[in-house]
Design a protein around this ligand. Structure first.
Ligand code: GLC
Length: 720
């Protein structure tokens, strides 16, 4: 099977280089074929291609229409989303190919965010393609620095550099080297742009920032997706500079299509054109359609504003046929590149679907990727991994036996029944017995289960307490002002603590949560997020020591909500934190996070020493090598993500106190040491100046190396 690029989950902060980016560049032959189809199309036929509607197989937004099958027959739809399986996509495709006038194949899209059936951030293109899908609405590349925002669970965290690498890797994973490969699907960089900067972490809320910050922090992952060949973009719900993204000429025509020369197509998010009315930017849906097409939107998701009004707008000379032709051409080129005009049913093959869905190698990959994504946050007295003395395990907590929540909220076609809960996995372990008591629900105040949980724990050698959020507490339209552990789960922990037995917290949550008191009460804390279809096995691999955890946090964990936004690459300010009064700090909590960006422990320990630079002077057309000695000083073989940060001490604009510029994941046997090196070029130090030019600037720099963004050793160099 095609070598599949397996996304190494963001939390392990490394990625495996993969094939060259997917090709979306049309060729002369396709252009000619597009021209031949367009020559047959009436204006109505063209407008139909700009219309994307949801089927009734999944609900991902506030509106729904039942007439989509009729509209397919009338040639008034170019693409359908939320319809999947080989059988159902074949059924709808047949309507287009046998009952519509021009027989233009449909495009099938779906939110294959963390997998299609086998849910985990990884092999997704194969299973999606096998189920008739041509297009995923992923990767979501929104940088987010506010964990109150529920959609942090979908992205790659707070850092533009890391988010860019992961976004590009995901595009390559979905699109492969060649879109004619029937196991590749179109990717979609979303939500363009700056959706993650919603004020107060409230979904769909206003975004307001300078163009400098937009270009420095929020656009880089979108540009990285473009450089990786992403086929489509999705506009975001939010406004930016006072203009809804779907009406932003700046974002769509100036930056994306002109400055970046994007040749694919732009789809709106769900009814975003219609929502310009609520934004107070369009008078009505017809005005929204005019604004969107003029701004550069090619396809209207679920709003039918294009379908209803573009023809009138052409007659009123408020939009042009040339604009519509450009949009149609962009869409048809990708349908040709996918091979849909050669064989509209090539993705809708039920035999292939049976072979590929839940293929053993996918489940194995799900388990491997999941355990690599876990972050060990605390491990006092080597509580983990289970020692030989552990013969009785008490698994307690509402997330100990869930097959639902472990799939998270963007679960596409994932099946709870196929998911492996932590209890199911631990029950298969030969080395110890496990008893399970839920103790309480995730939410609510009912403590009636505490007594049985405590009784079960009393008889155990170790307590594993699985607590956290419901899958529905993060994701779209799922923001929280209080991001602590809900219900009475923490009180259950406090009661279990009284038994004086070792307690391992297994956290399941879609965002950073405020867990300072829970961490204090626990002996070990393992962050497992929502780890997908093989979550139970992956967690068991770590608890038993079969896998030594290596993941790192892609997003800061605050001590409390009051600290938000708190992120590693902040500015120094004119009164940086110190002991004296007049400095930038709080009276009631420190400026430090509970766990910083890049943090993650191992069962072993690593020591950094001998940081050396090949030169203390970096010339603008040259590079320097940063090297550091890494030693595995503990009792386990293990992997460490060595992180490289720089600081530009004085800039044309103020610069962050640290910026991630590289990382390498290294395996060292216990006792082994290695010298790890990074190369820094002047271009790596470029930034947006006050005049928005992007270039490096001579001056003094510091370089930091370590296993997270705080515990680092440093050296200095000068760029000249
Ligand atoms: C939703 C989401 C978007 C998703 C789309 C289609 O509203 O914002 O990420 O791709 O609708 O389901």
């Amino acid at each position: 099977m095609r070598n599949t690029f397996i996304l190494i989950v963001l939390l392990s902060m490394f990625y495996v280089s993969c094939k060259s980016p997917g090709s979306t560049s049309g060729d002369a032959n396709i252009d000619r074929r597009v021209d031949s189809v367009m020559a047959l199309m009436s204006l109505d036929d063209k407008i139909g291609q700009l219309n994307l509607l949801t089927s009734d197989w999944d609900v991902t937004g506030p509106t729904f229409r039942k007439d989509y099958e009729d509209l397919i027959r009338q040639g008034k739809i170019g693409a359908i989303f939320n319809a999947h399986t080989a059988a159902y996509t074949r059924k709808l495709q047949k309507m287009a190919m046998e009952e519509s006038k021009l027989k233009i194949p449909l495009l099938f899209g779906y939110d294959v965010i963390h997998g299609y059936k086998t849910i985990f951030p990884g092999i997704a293109a194969i299973e999606a393609a096998a189920s008739g899908l041509h297009w995923t609405f992923a990767p979501m590349v929104d940088i987010a620095r506010d964990p109150r925002w529920g959609r942090v669970m979908e992205g790659s965290g707070e850092d533009a550099y890391l988010g860019s690498l992961i976004g590009a890797a995901r595009v390559r994973g979905f699109q492969g080297k060649d879109l004619t490969d029937p196991l590749t699907i179109l990717a979609c960089a979303k939500h363009y742009a700056a959706y993650g900067a919603a004020q107060a972490g409230r979904d769909y809320h206003t975004v307001d920032m300078s163009e400098l910050v937009l270009r420095e922090v929020y656009l880089p992952p979108f540009k990285a997706a473009l450089d990786a060949g992403v086929a489509t973009y999705m506009t975001s719900f939010n406004e930016l500079f006072g203009i809804p993204a779907s009406a932003s000429q700046f974002l769509l025509r100036d930056v994306l299509k002109k400055e970046w020369n994007f040749s694919g197509f732009v789809v709106t998010d769900y009814t975003s054109i219609n929502e310009m009315v609520e934004h107070g930017y369009a008078v009505d849906h017809k005005h929204g359609a005019e604004l969107a097409l003029n701004a550069g939107v090619d396809m209207d998701m679920q709003g039918t504003a294009y379908l209803r009004f573009l023809k009138e707008l052409v007659d009123e000379k408020k939009v042009t046929v040339a604009q519509i032709d450009d949009a149609v051409r962009r869409i048809l080129k990708l349908k040709f590149q996918l091979g849909l005009f050669d064989d509209p049913y090539r993705y809708s093959d039920e035999e292939r679907e049976k072979q590929l869905i839940y293929a053993p190698e996918h489940l194995d990959a799900a388990r491997d990727i999941a355990r690599k994504s876990f972050v060990l946050l605390k491990n006092n007295n080597q509580t983990l991994p289970f020692g030989a003395n552990v013969k009785n395990v008490a698994l307690i907590g509402p997330l100990g036996d869930t097959q639902h929540h472990i799939l998270g909220t963007w679960r596409a076609a994932g099946d709870n029944a196929k998911a492996v809960s932590l209890l199911m996995a631990l029950q298969q372990e030969p080395g110890f017995k496990v008893v399970f008591e839920k103790g309480c629900d995730i939410e609510g105040t009912d403590k009636s289960g505490f007594a049985k949980a405590i009784a079960a724990a009393r008889a155990a050698d170790i307590i594993v307490l699985a607590i956290g959020e419901t899958a529905e507490m993060s994701g779209e339209a799922a923001c929280r002002t209080n991001i602590s552990i809900p219900g009475v789960q923490s009180e259950l922990l406090a009661e279990l603590k009284k038994l004086g037995k070792p307690i391992v917290l297994v956290l399941m949550n879609g965002r950073p949560i405020t867990i300072e008191k829970e961490v204090d009460m626990a002996d070990a804390v393992l962050e497992t997020w929502f780890a997908g279809t093989q979550a139970g096995y992956a967690i068991a691999d770590v608890l038993t020591g079969r896998y030594n955890p290596s993941g790192k946090l892609p997003i800061t964990f605050p001590r409390n909500v009051g600290q938000i936004p708190i992120f590693y690459n902040m500015k120094n300010t004119g009164r940086p934190i110190s002991e004296s009064k007049y400095t930038s700090k709080y009276l009631d909590v420190s400026n430090t996070p509970l766990f910083p960006f890049g943090f993650g422990l191992s069962y072993t320990t690593f020591a950094y020493s001998n940081l050396a630079l090949s030169d203390s002077l970096l010339h603008s057309n040259d590079s320097i090598v940063v090297s550091v000695k890494l030693a595995n000083t503990g009792n386990f073989d293990g992997e460490e993500v060595v992180q490289l940060y720089v600081r530009d001490l004085v800039g044309n604009v103020t610069r962050p106190v640290k910026e991630l510029k590289g990382y390498k994941k290294v395996f060292l046997k216990k006792g082994e040491e290695q010298t790890i090196s990074f190369t820094i070029k002047a271009s790596d130090l470029a930034f947006y100046h006050s005049d928005l030019t992007f270039k490096p600037e001579n001056g003094d720099f510091m370089v930091f190396v370590g296993g997270n963004s705080v515990d680092v050793i440093n050296a200095s160099f000068k760029l000249q």
